[in-house]
Design a protein around this ligand. Structure first.
Ligand code: NAD
Ligand code: ZN
Length: 342
């Protein structure tokens, strides 16, 4: 089968012909239809320090996808051939305390599809049946290919009550932009989003942000004045991984506010802890998606009308993968979706 393989311990990715994976008793094989490129895939493509420590080579990578079940392991029930599915990329152990308590997103033995084991940038991918999520007809293939990052956005955006609240989102990457659309959809008042990239800020405006600020030019304090906000943001969603953005977020939070942290800072970040302590802030780290509550909620929110289609800005056949990675690498894109059916 064709697959995009991280073939060497160096920047880049290659289209190769590799053997199809085999199905174990608890697995399903999925014929991949659409995939999307994640920021993580860019780290792997660029072969940064994290990728060097983490990714075995050679290996097919990728973890955002949808497809159709074409083979079912002998012990699997609840699926049939032809089922349309997307896949939860975190494979959990099933026997640790958190897994046994139904908190699988907190499993300490998590293995990542396309990170620690072969991924979905391929004509076929094999995952445990437990990780497959059956798609309602209302969710088409290209939207189904981005449920993994949408799930990150839903998990973070719904971590705290945002109804009637003012929300600050730092980082207008695809996940931050989708989070802006979600908090507006569920009833937040002002949704301010920050970035340093105008292309992405424009996209955030189109998808529901009240104000989208380029922090190289605009200040959060002015934005708050413009909106008549005197006390600060009620809920903060950190989605940039950038230290300055995080410090600005803490500074502009209202006393008693809540902050959900999804962005991964590349290094240690020093903050003024007085902002947290004296303002009585609640900080919560967010990892992945809740299994599988986030999946059911996001499917339902999409069915009730949340429109995230504008976040998909590029659609390409997988054979044009180099163009896809180049576009994503320049930051002049939302989500880039590759088609594996042609
Ligand atoms: P992304 O890298 O596309 O988005 C980050 C955005 O932050 C970029 O648009 C960048 O321009 C912006 N940024 C940089 N400096 C900034 C600043 N000073 N102020 C405001 N914005 C600034 O990533 P993404 O795919 O949208 O993911 C968002 C973050 O979440 C990343 O840090 C990613 O690593 C992380 N992530 C975490 C999890 C998890 O499970 N915790 C899962 C997926 C992604
Ligand atoms: Zn576990």
């Amino acid at each position: 089968m064709h697959a995009l393989v991280k073939s060497r311990a160096a920047p880049g990715i290659e289209l190769q012909d590799i053997p199809r994976p085999t199905v174990g008793p608890n697995d399903v094989m999925i014929r991949v239809k659409r995939t999307a490129i994640c920021g993580t895939d860019m780290h792997i493509y660029n072969w940064d320090g994290w990728a060097q420590r983490t990714i075995p080579v050679p290996m097919a990578v990728g973890h955002e996808y949808c497809g159709e079940i074409v083979e079912i392991g002998s012990e699997v029930s609840g699926f049939k051939l032809g089922d349309r599915v997307s896949g939860e990329g975190h494979i959990t152990c099933g026997h640790c305390r958190n897994c046994r308590a139904g908190r699988r997103h907190l499993c300490r033995n998590t293995v990542g599809v396309g990170v620690n084991r072969p991924g979905c940038f391929a004509e076929f991918v094999v995952i445990p049946a437990l990780n497959a999520f059956k798609l309602p007809d209302a969710i088409d293939d290209e939207i189904a290919a981005i449920l993994d990052p949408l799930g990150n956005a839903v998990h973070t955006a719904l971590a705290f009550d945002v109804v009637g609240e003012d929300v600050l989102i730092t980082g207008a990457g695809p996940i931050g932009i989708m989070a802006a659309a979600i908090v507006r959809f569920v009833g937040a008042r002002h949704v301010v989003i920050t970035d340093v990239n105008d292309y992405r800020l424009d996209l955030a405006r189109k998808m529901g942000a009240t104000l989208a600020l380029n922090v190289t030019r605009d200040s959060l304090d002015d934005a708050m004045k413009q909106l008549g906000m005197q006390e600060g943001f009620d809920v903060g969603l950190e989605m940039s991984g950038n230290a300055t953005a995080f410090r600005d977020l803490l500074r502009t939070m209202h006393h008693g506010g809540s902050v959900a942290l999804l962005g991964l800072p590349p290094n240690d970040v020093a903050i003024d802890w007085n902002e947290v302590i004296l303002k009585g802030l609640t900080l919560k780290g967010i990892y992945g998606r809740q299994m599988f509550e986030t999946w059911y909620k996001m499917a339902a929110i999409l069915q009730s009308g949340l429109n995230i289609r504008p976040i998909i800005t590029h659609r390409l056949p997988y054979t044009e993968f180099q163009h896809a990675f180049d576009v994503m690498g320049k930051g002049q894109s939302g989500k880039v979706v590759m088609d594996w059916t042609k």
